[in-house]
Design a protein around this ligand. Structure first.
Ligand SMILES: [Zn+2]
Length: 490
């Protein structure tokens, strides 16, 4: 690792600051993106709601938030969580989302560059930099998507597609440590291209209406780009409702966050640094979730939304509708499978190898959710998972690659289970959206995915030839010998 000491300390300060500023923006995205484009009135003006208009202001007294009141976390602490104009409380969500994002950014930087989590794969900024940048974009979008899903049970599809675009663009950086890549001669690379061709064909068929749209009067809120039309949303809006996330009860949350933060110091002293950095990442995720997931138990509105979601997923024609999605998946399967058995030469430059890995991850991540969505709906007779979840996992796969996306998919229910237990203890009835858990699993998989994959691969393919199966996003058994240089475990 070639980071000199001054650089190192700069990054120690820079990463959490960057994370907190991004978290501040995530707050805006969570609260405004689902409604962007709606007509709102603010101080007598009528305009369309966007991420930048109207400016941040207090929903109670209309006071505009000045720049020095908008410094992540710190301003909230200095103002003691109250508006400087009218002394009304500012939601605890703001500092928690900012703090959580800051901790997650710091944890990933430490894990990649300082603890040797990936051996010597991250030697210097030039070497691992593009990987880190893509991962930070990925994490930020997953956090925003899970916040919106927690509030409205939808995932705006432009969020996962932003990640997919970023992943495809990052292919230009060639083979990067830990980013998916496939050798041009492998059947997987051909499957990725064939499947992608099938996907493009299916989308064209859908646009030409050769394939029917499922749930065309969307019973499933996630199908629509815009949120379910709650009655209150159809009337002309005051801008105020878009600037005030729900108030959270401070008593259980603030002590919990303090305990989580205080527990970090002994970990770094007494546990191994790898365990400590993993738990740092977990603590950042927890801070974020504490800001985003709790909803006031007594608001009729959130209960109505939850019931609405349950009603919708129990659509009587769910089985019939889901068959239409099988028609969409069919060209992907046919072309993907055909390409496996017909060897054709592919460009073998690093840029293309990355592209194959990204495309296969996209298909595998989206595909595994879709399999469970179609299978679950056919068996249960009710919609099992949203199409938003399909897109979200496609984005996870595009960044992590196929093996880790599948691992992340199976981590998600365990993460959700923990939250269900907490809700049971707190006697809070709740309906869980699945998006946040896919996101949490997608973030955790950045660190725990490769070891799990390595362990699993070693079970399947015991290293008889003394050729260890590397634990990386890149690796398939026997692939990519260039990256197979031995490295010292710290
Ligand atoms: Zn105010």
């Amino acid at each position: 690792m070639n980071l000199g000491m001054p650089n190192l300390w700069m990054f120690f300060i820079f990463m959490p600051l960057l994370g907190m500023c991004v978290g501040s923006f995530i707050n805006v995205v969570i609260w405004r993106l689902p409604f962007s484009g709606q007509k709102v009135s603010y101080r007598g003006k009528t305009g369309r709601l966007s991420l930048s208009w109207p400016p941040s202001h207090c929903p109670h007294c209309n006071k505009t938030v000045r720049w020095h009141e908008n410094i992540p976390v710190i301003s909230w602490l200095i103002l003691r969580g109250r508006c400087s104009g009218c002394n009304q409380r500012i939601s605890l969500r703001y500092p928690l989302v900012e703090l959580g994002t800051g901790i997650i950014f710091l944890a990933l930087f430490i894990a990649y560059y300082l603890t040797g989590w990936y051996g010597n794969q991250f030697r210097n900024m030039a070497h691992g930099g593009p990987t880190l940048v893509l991962d930070l974009v990925y994490v930020s979008v997953l956090l925003a998507a899970s916040g919106i899903d927690a509030d409205w049970f939808i995932i705006p599809l432009r969020l996962p597609w932003l990640v997919i675009m970023a992943a495809v663009v990052s292919c230009a950086a060639g083979v990067q440590p830990m980013l998916p890549s496939l050798p041009a001669h492998s059947a997987f690379a051909r499957a990725a291209l064939g499947g992608t061709a099938g996907l493009i064909a299916a989308v064209i068929f859908l646009r030409l209406r050769l394939i029917p749209r499922s749930f065309s009067a969307p019973p499933d809120g996630k199908l629509a780009e815009n949120p379910p039309p709650a009655e209150s949303l159809s009337a002309p809006q005051s801008a105020d409702q878009f600037v005030a996330p729900p108030q959270l009860r401070r008593r259980p949350i603030v002590p919990a966050v303090i305990i989580i933060l205080a527990a970090q110091a002994p970990l770094w002293l007494f546990a191994s640094h790898k365990i400590a950095v993993l738990l740092l990442l977990v603590s950042g995720i927890l801070c974020f979730l504490l800001g985003v997931l709790p909803r006031p138990a007594d608001t009729a509105e959130s209960n109505d939304l939850a019931e609405e979601i349950l009603d919708e997923s129990a659509a009587p024609n769910a089985r019939h509708e889901i068959f239409k999605e099988l028609l969409f998946v069919l060209p992907i399967l046919i072309l993907g499978a055909t390409a496996v058995f017909i060897p054709f030469p592919l460009p073998a430059s690093p840029v293309f190898c990355r592209l194959y890995g990204t495309l296969l991850g996209l298909l595998a991540g989206g595909g595994i959710v879709w399999i469970f969505r179609i299978g679950g709906t056919l068996v249960l007779g009710r919609v099992a998972m949203g199409l938003g979840d399909v897109h979200l996992m496609a984005a996870v796969g595009a960044v992590l690659g196929a093996p880790l996306a599948i691992i992340a998919f199976f981590i998600a229910p365990f993460a959700a289970l923990i939250w269900v237990i907490i809700l049971k203890i707190m006697h809070r009835p709740n309906v869980l959206p699945f998006g946040p858990w896919l996101s949490v699993a997608g973030i955790l998989a950045l660190l725990i995915g490769p070891p799990v994959q390595g362990w699993y691969a070693n079970q399947l393919f015991p290293p008889v030839h003394q050729r260890p199966i590397k634990t990386g996003r890149v690796m398939w058994p026997g692939d990519n010998p260039a990256a197979d240089r031995p490295h010292k475990s710290p």
